[in-house]
Structures are given as C-alpha cells and as structure tokens.
Design a protein. Structure first.
Length: 276
C-alpha cells in the first residue's frame, strides 16, 4: 500500500475524513452527548427548534437531536457489523476458491451466482418477513447476502495474484495454501479490499436505512436514522424540517466515506508484488 500512503491528502479527502470522524464521535459517544432520553416526551409534536431543543421535536414530541445521537449507534453499528460479517465470510471463501480451483471453485462460484440471481432487496424482504426484524436477524441476513459480492471480488483478485511469477515460485518451493494466502495473496489484495470495504459500507448503510424506512429494519422503540425519516415524513406536508435532519445525516456520512474511497482508489499506484 506504499503508493497509497505516500500521497498527500486532497481537500475532498480532508472533508471526507472530517465527516467520518464526526460520525465516529457520535457513534461512540452519542448517548452520553444526548441531552434527553430517546423515548422521553417533552412537548407538542413537531415543535420547532428552540434553545432547549436545537433540532425541534418529532411527531411524538421527542427531542430530535437526542434521537439522532442515539440512532447513530444503531444506524452505523448495524452496518459495520453486517459489512464485517460479509468480509469475514466472502474474503476467505473467495481466496480459497481461487487457489484451489477445479471442482471447489466451480461449486462455490455457481452457488454464489445462484444467490446473486435474486435481487438483494427481495431476498432480504422475504427473510425478514419470515424470521422477523430483530437486530441479529437483520445483521446476519444483510451480511450473508452481501458476502456474495465480496466473494466475487476476492476470487478475481486472488486469481490474478496467484498467476504472478512470485506466486508460482512460492508454489515450486512447496509452500502451502495458508502460507500463500498469508504472505502473497492478502498483502497484495489489501488495497482494493480496503476500498471495497468502504463501498460496501455505503451500500449497507443505505440499505439498512431503506429497510428501516419500509418498517423492516431497526424496530421501535430503538431510534435509527432511516426509521426517523419514515416516522417524521408527514412533517414535509406542513413545511417542517424534522425528516430532513436524519436524511441529511445519512447523506453526509455516505458522501464522506465515498470521498475517502475515491481518494484511495485514485492513489492506488501499487502494482501486484510491490509489497513483497
């Protein structure tokens, strides 16, 4: 990753890092920073911003700022866990399929193709309707469905690296599969995988928000940003800004991650084998 780490940060990358850092702070310390409880009723519904309630009140008279701070933990946390699960499944299986080849590669690849033939949204809706929208089910469902995309990328990367001369030399020396994965495949596949992690996080973050908007994501009484948009959407009819605050939070985090990922991809001058 030498070619990536030696580059100077651009203005857009600084903006992206600032947005990510801000969201990281509210993810880690949101409930401690919240002035009120997430279910505490404080006044009339859709009351406007004031000194006591900087973002106003929601449709049930709850403090919008406090609910957004609480909601950051679930909105971001569920997405991070789902993406982490998808990479912990997809990367090892994709690399293994590329190195073993033959029947192993064919069976795993065709299985992934079969799963990907069904749109992700339809698969998620069916599973969540059948099993319920608890947090474990939500995380596992999204993680498993998204692991198919990670599998395909990891397999392609590993196949390209495995065909390089230094990988062939390692095989001629008698190195085993796990040595090849640890010393040759993963170090050279890391830059695109890091960028892909950011992209998959954006997709998952927006996907979770969409499911919550449809009522199949994070369930009440817990707050999350997608659900807050759904709960307060009627405020738009009366010229109120309540649903725009969580929508803006979703958009800003997505933009921040994409700006950093774009910087990483633009600076990827590392060639396969350079990190050896």
């Amino acid at each position: 990753m030498t070619g990536m780490t030696n580059r100077k940060l651009t203005l857009t990358s600084w903006i992206g890092l600032a947005l990510i850092a801000f969201n990281l702070v509210i993810f880690l310390a949101g409930p401690m920073l919240a002035p009120y409880g997430q279910e505490e009723t404080l006044g009339i519904p859709f009351a406007g911003p004031s000194a006591d309630h900087l973002l106003g009140l929601d449709q049930n008279g709850r403090d919008m700022l406090s609910r957004m701070l609480y909601g950051a933990q679930l909105s971001i946390g569920v997405s991070l866990l789902a993406v982490g699960l998808s990479f912990s499944i997809g990367v090892p299986l994709g690399v293994l399929a590329a190195i073993r080849g033959g029947v192993t590669d064919v069976v795993m690849s065709r299985g992934v193709d079969a799963i990907m033939s069904v749109p992700v949204l339809i698969s998620a809706l069916v599973v969540l309707q059948a099993l319920g929208s608890s947090l474990p089910v939500l995380i596992i469902t999204i993680g498993l469905l998204d692991s198919t995309r990670v599998f395909r990328l990891s397999r392609v990367l590993a196949q390209g690296i495995n065909a390089m001369e230094y990988a062939e030399v390692a095989r001629l020396r008698g190195e085993g599969i796990f040595w090849m994965i640890r010393k040759e495949i993963l170090p050279n596949a890391m830059p695109p995988l890091v960028a892909e992690f950011g992209l998959r996080f954006c997709f998952t973050f927006l996907f979770v928000a969409g499911l919550s908007y449809l009522g199949l994501g994070v369930q009440p009484p817990f707050a999350d940003w997608g659900g807050m948009v759904r709960d307060n959407q009627q405020g738009i009819l009366y010229g109120l800004y309540a649903p725009l605050f969580p929508a803006a939070a979703i958009a800003l985090l997505t933009i921040g991650v994409n700006l950093v990922v774009d910087w990483l991809l633009a600076g990827r001058t590392t060639v396969q084998g350079e990190n050896r």
